[in-house]
Design a protein around this ligand. Structure first.
Ligand code: GAR
Length: 190
């Protein structure tokens, strides 16, 4: 079995799409653990409803968090870590030991970096009057949103689109794209 650990800080609709794909046998994998820095994240509720182990990060300091997470994760056999709306930086211990990917809701390197997440990204795309946007899936390194790109989907931003419209469009495509990429990992095509 291909074992996943998912990190999520918020709503967890991306996590839900992975859970659904696994339930519908579209993805032959298992989520062993969902980790969050936010005890109130709805992602944690979603995990619990699906009998998936959860873990809430205790340490606020970067280096301590890295150590804490490496101890927690050492109890699991992990093939891939997926950041699905996780907002904290990943530390060197985890980067050294695991393959980690992130999904980001813009065409990186545009609209990436610290503070650029979720609606902030879509609002920035809207304000900049971008003609195109779309999700990027990339490997995680020690800098925010700067690891090598695995996949991007370019979608058109229409003049009538609001930031919310942009968010809806990107999130819909993002879930399909991420699950396709996860299938490739499971099949050892990446
Ligand atoms: C996703 O669109 C993801 O790309 C974004 O947060 C959303 C999570 O939604 N991640 C980032 O912006 C990371 N920089 P969810 O909580 O409903 O899965």
């Amino acid at each position: 079995m291909y074992n996943l650990v998912i990190f999520a800080s918020g709503n967890g609709s991306t996590l839900q799409s992975i859970i659904d794909n696994i339930s519908n046998h579209k993805l032959e994998a298992k989520i062993d653990l969902v980790i969050s820095d936010n005890k109130d994240a709805y992602a944690i509720e979603r995990a619990k409803k699906n009998n998936i182990d959860t873990y809430i990060i205790k340490n606020k300091k970067f280096s301590q968090r890295d150590l804490e997470l490496s101890e927690v994760l050492s109890k699991y056999k992990i093939d891939l870590i997926v950041l699905a709306g996780y907002l904290k930086k990943i530390g060197p211990k985890l980067i050294e030991k695991y393959t980690i990917i992130n999904t980001h809701p813009s065409l990186l390197p545009k609209f990436g970096g610290k503070g650029m997440h979720g609606m902030h990204v879509h609002e920035a795309v809207f304000k900049a009057k971008e003609k195109f946007t779309g999700p990027t899936i990339h490997f995680v390194n020690q800098e925010y949103d700067s690891g090598s790109v695995i996949s991007q989907t370019k979608i058109e931003v229409l003049p009538i689109d609001t930031a919310e419209d942009i968010s809806d469009k990107v999130q819909a495509i993002e879930k399909i794209q991420l699950n396709q990429i996860l299938n490739k990992f499971v099949n050892h095509e990446i």
